[in-house]
Design a protein around this ligand. Structure first.
Ligand SMILES: *[C@@H]1O[C@H](CO)[C@@H](O)[C@H](O)[C@H]1NC(C)=O
Ligand SMILES: *[C@@H]1O[C@H](CO)[C@@H](O)[C@H](O)[C@H]1NC(C)=O
Ligand SMILES: *[C@@H]1O[C@H](CO)[C@@H](O)[C@H](O)[C@H]1NC(C)=O
Ligand SMILES: *[C@@H]1O[C@H](CO)[C@@H](O)[C@H](O)[C@H]1NC(C)=O
Ligand SMILES: *[C@@H]1O[C@H](CO)[C@@H](O)[C@H](O)[C@H]1NC(C)=O
Ligand SMILES: *[C@@H]1O[C@H](CO)[C@@H](O)[C@H](O)[C@H]1NC(C)=O
Ligand SMILES: CC(=O)N[C@H]1CO[C@H](CO)[C@@H](O)[C@@H]1O
Length: 406
């Protein structure tokens, strides 16, 4: 039986229903063939579903140039680790070698399940996107905090803070980020039960003032995520803080979405200016309307790490020296735009918002807008450099547009 490429494409389109597909005008769907005749069919093995999702890998964007490494990773490509109380899948520097500043993970907890007590050699940033969780933490002054987080709420534990997380709703999930791309290396996470089982019993007895036999039931190896029941304890008196605002937590309700001059969506910045403890991870949560564009810009202070929550989009990363590469994104993708590289993000759906989170290993979010730069430079200099009419330059917007309506 013979299948034409076209019938294979329609089969694949049917079988990836739900995953949005990117069609580029002037370019064949699922094949490296441009309407101008460049390219040709793939005769060897290929993964058609990936091809359909990533037209820019097939060369759809003629302005791309040079050898640019992969800057994208889908959590669907990560190994998922399963536990009685949930799961985790990570993206670390070995997945995207350019992502040296930040590593990320999706983590899921069932009701009552616990990410066991631990601390890290790096800072941890979390964003709840489903369910509700309880975080509990203790700092070096013996100050403790117990707080309840809902969808959109964020936490930040500085390097070394002792903490634990519990799922409160039936199913709960959040994005985790760490201010070190090599986060998963040995020695970055310290589990409480791991420490106990690797300490002499008589030392434990002396340290805690109890009978050494108490600790024979401590699990080894450590369970990482364990099942349990939702806490009812009020022994620290911290329950009164359950509904309050702790310094480790930024409640979504504490900041309004900032309306942007260009229309096109909403944006929220959470960094050390409104969330003082978050000195090493600054964040922007972006909602871009159908066909909208996050305007061309770069970040003078840090690389950008991204997590796409929902929708479909694309971005071209300009790395200087006449090199650029376009990437296609869908929900569950992560990416990194290296330090100071120019880029935009476009919503390629005509119907669905594109939502994503941007993280920077920095104390604040900073960006320079290409349009604003050109508008605030002597107009004849800009016109002469780009060889474009002066009248085009003089009407450029002097205010950052941020998100432009599609
Ligand atoms: C510690 O507990 C064990 C087991 O319950 C018991 O046999 C032992 O006598 C206890 N030791 C002390 C010092 O209380
Ligand atoms: C955790 O799961 C195990 C195995 O299913 C079960 O025996 C135990 O009762 C559960 N514990 C809690 C606290 O839910
Ligand atoms: C927890 O204990 C504190 C202090 O004992 C008390 O003020 C508070 O009402 C208790 N909270 C709950 C939810 O029982
Ligand atoms: C938490 O902080 C926000 C913003 O400052 C405020 O609107 C809210 O009332 C606070 N909630 C509590 C329980 O203190
Ligand atoms: C899309 O975003 C706009 C705000 O920019 C919002 O009003 C609208 O409800 C969003 N649509 C969906 C389906 O979330
Ligand atoms: C994505 O948005 C659509 C509506 O535009 C909604 O039905 C869906 O639940 C969203 N998915 C996630 C993961 O937020
Ligand atoms: C590059 C790309 O896919 N752009 C798309 C942006 O969204 C509009 C509306 O869906 C499309 O027409 C464009 O092709």
């Amino acid at each position: 039986m013979k299948f034409s490429k076209l019938s294979l494409v329609s089969l694949a389109v049917a079988s990836v229903s739900g995953k949005a597909l990117n069609k580029r005008s002037g370019f064949s769907q699922g094949e490296p063939i441009a309407d101008n005749g460049n390219g040709g069919p793939i005769l060897g093995g290929t993964n058609l579903q990936l091809d359909l999702q990533n037209p820019d890998n097939l060369g759809a964007e003629s302005t791309d140039a040079g050898t640019v490494p992969n800057l994208k990773w889908s959590f669907s490509q990560s190994k998922t680790r399963l536990f009685p109380g949930g799961w985790i899948r990570e993206q670390v520097v070995t997945d995207i070698p350019a992502s040296t500043d930040i590593a990320g993970a999706q983590q899921h907890l069932k009701k009552g399940a616990l990410r066991e007590l631990h601390w890290h050699r790096v800072a941890e940033w979390g964003y709840v996107y489903a369910g509700e969780v309880l975080v509990s933490a203790v700092d070096e002054n013996g100050d403790y905090q117990v707080d309840r987080l809902q969808v959109g709420d964020i936490w930040y534990f500085p390097k070394g803070s002792a903490h634990t997380i519990q799922g409160l709703a039936d199913e709960n999930e959040y994005l985790l980020a760490f201010d070190d791309g090599n986060f998963d290396a040995i020695g970055t996470t310290f589990m409480v039960d791991d420490w106990i089982t690797h300490t002499p019993a008589e030392v434990l007895a002396k340290n805690f003032g109890v009978n050494a036999s108490v600790f024979t039931t401590v699990p080894a190896p450590d369970p990482y995520i364990l099942n349990g029941t939702v806490t009812t304890a009020n022994d620290t008196g911290a329950a009164s803080g359950l509904f309050g605002n702790s310094s480790y937590v930024f409640h979504d309700s504490a900041a309004a979405n900032v309306p942007v001059p260009g229309g096109g969506g909403t944006l929220k910045i959470i960094d050390s200016r409104n969330f003082p403890i978050a000195t090493t991870i600054a964040a922007t949560v972006v909602n871009l309307e159908p066909n909208g564009l996050r305007e061309l810009h770069w970040h003078p202070n840090a690389a950008e790490w991204l997590y796409f929550i929902n929708g479909t989009g694309r971005a071209t990363v300009f790395l200087g020296s006449a090199t650029a590469r376009t990437f296609d994104f869908t929900s569950g993708d992560t990416a990194v735009f290296p330090d100071n590289t120019g880029h935009y993000i476009e919503n390629t759906s005509a119907t669905q918002n594109l939502t994503w989170i941007e993280l920077y290993k920095a104390d604040r979010v900073e960006d320079i807008s290409l349009t604003q730069w050109l508008a605030l430079t002597p107009s004849d200099i800009v016109a002469n450099t780009l060889k474009i009419p002066l009248s085009v330059v003089t009407q450029l917007k002097k205010q950052k547009q941020v998100l432009i309506k599609g």
